[in-house]
Ligand binder design. Sequence first.
Ligand SMILES: NC(=O)C1=CN([C@@H]2O[C@H](COP(=O)(O)OP(=O)(O)OC[C@H]3O[C@@H](n4cnc5c(N)ncnc54)[C@H](O)[C@@H]3O)[C@@H](O)[C@H]2O)C=CC1
Ligand SMILES: O=C(O)C1=N[C@H](C(=O)O)C[C@H](O)C1
Length: 255
Amino acid sequence: MIKVGVYGASGRVGKLLLEDLKSTPDMSLSCVYVRGTLDFSIDPSVLVTSDLKSFLSASDIIIDFSLPDACEALLEQATKTPKPLVIGTTGLNTHQLNLLKDASQIMPILYATNMSLGVALLNKLVYQASAALEGFDIEIVEMHHKHKKDAPSGTALTLSESAANGRGLNIEDVRVSGRDGNIGERSKDEISVMALRGGDIVGRHTVGFYNDGEFIELNHTATSRSTFSKGAIRAGKWLSDKEAGLYSISDCLEL
Ligand SMILES: NC(=O)C1=CN([C@@H]2O[C@H](COP(=O)(O)OP(=O)(O)OC[C@H]3O[C@@H](n4cnc5c(N)ncnc54)[C@H](O)[C@@H]3O)[C@@H](O)[C@H]2O)C=CC1
Ligand SMILES: O=C(O)C1=N[C@H](C(=O)O)C[C@H](O)C1
């Protein structure tokens, strides 16, 4: 039985992880990290703690869906108490991403801005389309619920990287994340990533390739957040016996 610790357990994805783990063979919830007091009921066999060291020690693997600063604190403690980590938190800054990369030298870490099978495949398709559709303008639009804190979404940023890589470009040189005012014509290489927020949209990503006379749009829509929790649980099972290193969801899905 793989003992799972959930970080961000009271959140939208965290709550689903607790539910989905109940019906997952060979895995059980061992521990949740809470900042204050627990605001939901939980099986008494599960350790509830606000001490990161105890949290890590009580688990064989950790699944994290929290916020960037919380993820940073987890990574810092994990370097002293290493455990396989599945990280789903998005909006990480450069320092936090570097911390994650460094930590992966001493423990296995699977970092995915989107845990769904569909988006993992979409990334491959975007890379191929970007390479094949020379001269097409690439525009990415993402839509999420009104509570989402980071923008653009982690998924949209990853898709923009796939698109840039398909053309041998560095995304940092070509990404545009807003247009307003007299900004002039679109430049040839730019890849725009635009964020829309509203209601309860779980997650929708469209990558468009636009040319004079034709365009293609690749679209993925998540209709249930359980797609992410189930994907993270599958990733955790896969990661549990891996060597230290940084893994992607494509590694886990063998895409
Ligand atoms: N990779 C993926 O497939 C997906 C990633 N996400 C990302 O996962 C993260 C969480 O998303 P939601 O569950 O919607 O957010 P949420 O706001 O509902 O939950 C955040 C959780 O983090 C906890 N938290 C906040 N600050 C903390 C701190 N300082 N220390 C410890 N815990 C802290 C909160 O108590 C809460 O349990 C976001 O970054 C989101 O973008 C969301 C869905 C899918
Ligand atoms: O915050 C969310 O909800 C989601 N966040 C992830 C992201 O930033 O890409 C994944 C998914 O789209 C839902």
